[in-house]
Design a protein around this ligand. Structure first.
Ligand SMILES: NC(=O)c1ccc[n+]([C@@H]2O[C@H](COP(=O)([O-])OP(=O)(O)OC[C@H]3O[C@@H](n4cnc5c(N)ncnc54)[C@H](OP(=O)(O)O)[C@@H]3O)[C@@H](O)[C@H]2O)c1
Length: 270
């Protein structure tokens, strides 16, 4: 008798809408059981019901506000303990939009809690178990703003730079232990994240991607084993060349002596 291996369960944060809901749809369509996390219980329930009906997969909803330590802890405990969960999609995120000059300490903390602290804590909770089983995947939804801080105000771009660097470090540490890491850098994608600022109306249509197109491209990048996926970028060599330039700097970035341009022209005994 052939025993069919059960596909890994996928836990997706921010699964009630937009990019997260599309990820949940695509993984469920691929036959993966899905666990949907976000704040709006009813929206999660409606999606879970549709996935079980259309794709005949096991679904579960775990409503949680990932900025609240007690609610986040329930998700962390589940990721740490549930042997069936093999894929984590860290998707939940908010944009602030307000310039840093008008951002209060509480507002900056709020965005970091969801965009930085939550994904980092969820990964840290799940990683020991993934390492022990020797396989699994972590998908982090960053943004092209990680490469383009000029295009947006506030702490959002910096929060996405964090996810990019974090993913690169994580990949370095775990890729030889069976763990896949992918950081997706979407460009402007038509979702409700833009509703508060209304900024989407000012962005040329040629720069806006539909959610399904973005997520399908990101999953194609995942299937191809990419660490960094930039769905919009026509020529991947452009990214590789930027990354190679960065790598060429590495031997020069830490040396015993300061660069000549920082040396005073005035002799010390003058
Ligand atoms: N859309 C774009 O142009 C774009 C571009 C680059 C990157 N991204 C990134 O893509 C990710 C998804 O964004 P989206 O565009 O799909 O936005 P969205 O449509 O606004 O969806 C955001 C999701 O996050 C959930 N969420 C928000 N606050 C939460 C909290 N405190 N706790 C738990 N869940 C929370 C929301 O559900 P509830 O309200 O039910 O909690 C929702 O499911 C984000 O990380 C975003 O930064 C988006």
């Amino acid at each position: 008798m052939v025993v069919m291996e059960q596909p890994d369960t996928v836990l997706i944060t921010g699964a009630s809408a937009g990019i997260g809901a599309a990820y949940a749809d695509r993984f469920a369509r691929r036959g993966h059981p899905v666990i949907l996390v976000a704040r709006h219980h009813a929206r999660l329930e409606a999606l879970a019901e549709r996935f079980s009906r259309e794709y005949h997969v096991k679904t579960e909803v775990l409503p949680a506000d990932l900025t609240l330590p007690t609610e986040r802890a329930r998700i962390e405990q589940r990721l740490a303990a549930d042997e069936s969960i093999g894929i984590l999609v860290n998707n939940a995120g908010v944009e602030d939009g307000a310039p840093l000059t008008q951002t209060s300490p509480d507002a900056v903390e709020a965005i970091l809690e969801l965009n930085v602290t939550a994904p980092s804590r969820l990964i840290a909770a799940m990683l020991p178990r993934l390492l022990a089983r020797g396989h699994g995947s972590i998908i982090n939804i960053g943004s092209i703003l990680a490469l383009a801080p000029e295009l947006f105000d506030g702490a959002y771009a910096a929060s996405k730079s964090y996810l990019l660097t974090y993913s690169q470090t994580l990949h370095k540490e775990v890729s030889d232990q069976g763990i896949r890491v992918q950081c997706v850098l979407p460009g402007v994608t038509r979702t409700a994240i833009w509703n508060a600022s209304g900024a989407l109306a000012d962005i040329p249509e040629r720069m806006i991607m539909e959610v399904a197109e973005m997520v399908d491209a990101a999953l194609a990048g995942y299937d191809q084993g990419e660490l960094i996926t930039i769905p919009s970028l026509p020529d991947i060599e452009e990214w590789r060349s930027l990354d190679e330039t960065r790598r060429r700097l590495l031997p020069e970035l830490s040396r015993y002596v300061a660069a000549d341009r920082y040396k005073s022209d005035i002799p010390e005994d003058a």
